[in-house]
Ligand binder design. Structure first.
Ligand SMILES: Nc1ncnc2c1ncn2[C@@H]1O[C@H](COP(=O)(O)OP(=O)(O)OP(=O)(O)O)[C@@H](O)[C@H]1O
Ligand SMILES: [Mg+2]
Length: 223
């Protein structure tokens, strides 16, 4: 469903991603594992159109993402939870969750459907809905960011180091939410970055190792 073909990204004159070639299958969960500075965020940002791509292709089914404006990519069904979760402090949790639906111009009925589906995956959000975005702990913010990514991400969800800095209990809840997501939405593809593969408890179907901007190994077999 997503073919990353010879993707090269240069930032400030340095090749931060070099000839990345990999394929995300429909319904599969891919872990991108790499150290600080390996290029994990840059990979997700290139899929979202937030960094300039020097060369290569990003084929999302029949659509070349590189020919699709960044603001149009979410409407293809791609959701993104950035590393710095960007929860709006002046909005309630509910409005933070609704924001992508509003940007996409979804109907109230479709918004409600997606909200219900997101809450089924992340039930911890339910009692927080009325709370202000400013009143969240870092871990709660990550949960909201996951829910928000699910509002737009009907086909592909990108999660950038969601477990980073989470207390063990919250990290476990987060991994359980991903497990529910895989069960409830078997055709949704997920890319999740991490520096420590063991935190994902062997859940991903594929693991890509990213080292200094290049994939060093593609273990594309099911784990
Ligand atoms: N805007 C930028 N301009 C110049 N260089 C950048 C920019 N953003 C990132 N880089 C460089 O690109 C490389 C990859 O950065 P990236 O943020 O993608 O890594 P990462 O794997 O997400 O790291 P981390 O685990 O710390 O989040 C790093 O060497 C970084 O310094
Ligand atoms: Mg990063």
């Amino acid at each position: 469903m997503l073919l990353i073909d010879q993707l090269t990204v240069e930032l400030a004159g340095i090749e931060v991603l070099r000839h990345i070639h990999a394929h995300v299958l429909t319904g599969s969960t891919v872990a991108v594992i790499g150290r600080n500075g390996a290029g994990k965020t840059t990979l997700l940002r290139s899929i979202m159109g937030l960094v300039p791509v020097k060369s290569g292709q990003l084929l999302f089914d029949q659509t070349e993402l590189l020919h699709t404006a960044a603001h149009r990519r979410a409407s293809l069904g791609i959701g993104y939870a950035p590393e710095d979760r960007v929860i709006f402090p002046t909005l309630s949790v509910l409005d933070n969750l609704r924001l992508p639906a509003e940007v996409l111009g979804l109907t109230a009925a479709e918004t409600q459907l997606r909200l219900d589906a997101a809450l089924e995956v992340v039930p911890q959000l339910e009692p927080m809905l009325a709370r202000s975005g400013a009143a969240l702990s870092g871990g709660q913010g990550k949960m909201v960011a996951l829910g928000r990514a699910l509002m737009a991400g009907t086909r592909l969800v990108l999660l950038d180091e969601p477990l980073q800095g989470l207390a063990p209990v919250l990290a476990e809840q987060y991994v359980q939410a991903i497990g529910r997501l895989r069960q409830l939405r078997p055709t949704l593809s997920v890319i999740i970055t991490e520096s420590n593969a063991s935190l994902l408890h062997g859940m991903p179907d594929q693991t890509w190792l990213l080292e200094r901007g290049a994939l060093s190994l593609d273990t594309s077999l099911a784990t």
